[in-house]
Design a protein around this ligand. Structure first.
Ligand code: SIN
Length: 277
């Protein structure tokens, strides 16, 4: 694909590209917006450097791509901005958000199309995020496995990912969405098939017995871990990552304890996953 208003530098052969030549704090022209959208569709995750956005500008950029998601369980520390999900860890943290390979909030009936993470504070080294290409994960499965999982559905359960965030006495107030989605989904924009089960949220393949489901899911999760499907992003303060949750999974590395890492995420709503053969 050729681009006229932005520069697109690939980070790895099949996933990830840095976008240069655009200031996201300024209004985007129609062509800039379209080229950013195309670069996301083509590269599954795109990165911007040296951006200076207010909370409102961050949200405004997200709303160009769709309605913003409000997380049902996360605390909302930025007053007046429930759409901002704070991703933070420091010396008091036992874990960091997103340490398992996952697609954001895949437990929702209509999981988010994308997420836009803006880095505010970072240790000198560490805290990278890894991304994995789910088209490639599907395409490289052997034909008998593709045939077996195509048409199957799986349960994605928020309690797997978020139960540990409940504070004493808070458990009964928390909502744990749980929905069933196709194991292989068709991307609504590219029309390509992508593997859509993840270690963070998926609990069960509905059509299989529990032990069979555990074994097949473990095989698929290990397949997702194949390094050739990945890129790894080294953050700087002011970096933004915008990933497509329909075609990529990601994993945040918590290798920087006891240092602090602090970021804001806006999450763009998506639609119900479907499979078209
Ligand atoms: C997430 O949104 O899953 C967290 C990603 C990160 O902190 O790098």
């Amino acid at each position: 694909m050729t681009y006229q208003t932005i520069e697109v530098r690939k980070l790895a052969p099949t996933i990830g590209a840095e976008i240069h030549g655009v200031d996201l704090a300024k209004p985007l022209s129609n062509q800039q917006f379209q080229e950013i959208y195309d670069a996301l569709t083509e590269n599954l995750v795109i990165f911007f450097r040296d951006q200076k956005l207010t909370v409102d500008q961050h949200k405004l950029f997200g709303t160009l791509f769709g309605k913003l998601h409000i997380h049902p369980n996360a605390s909302k520390p930025i007053e007046g901005h429930p759409e901002i999900l704070v991703i933070a860890a420091d010396e008091k943290s036992k874990r960091a958000a997103g340490e398992e390979w996952h697609s954001d909030v895949s437990c929702d009936e209509e999981p988010p199309m994308g997420s836009i993470l803006y880095m505010h504070e970072l240790p000198e080294v560490g805290g990278d995020t890894c991304f994995a290409n789910m088209y490639q994960a599907y395409d490289t499965l052997s034909e008998p496995i593709k045939t077996m999982i195509t048409g199957m559905t799986a349960i994605h359960d928020s309690s797997k990912a978020h139960a540990h965030t409940a504070k004493p006495g808070q458990g009964s107030d928390m909502k744990f969405p749980r929905h069933e989605h196709p194991v292989v989904r068709t991307h609504p924009v590219s029309g390509r098939k992508a593997l859509f089960v993840n270690r963070g949220f998926t609990t069960r393949i509905t059509q299989l017995k529990p032990k069979e489901s555990d074994a097949v899911l473990e095989m698929l999760y290990r397949h997702v871990e194949t390094p050739e499907f990945h890129c790894r992003f080294r953050w700087q303060v002011g970096s933004i990552a915008f990933w497509d949750n329909r075609s990529a999974q990601h994993r945040a590395l918590f290798d920087y304890w006891p240092n602090k890492r602090y970021a804001h995420r806006v999450t763009v709503c998506g639609d119900k996953p479907f499979f078209r053969g």
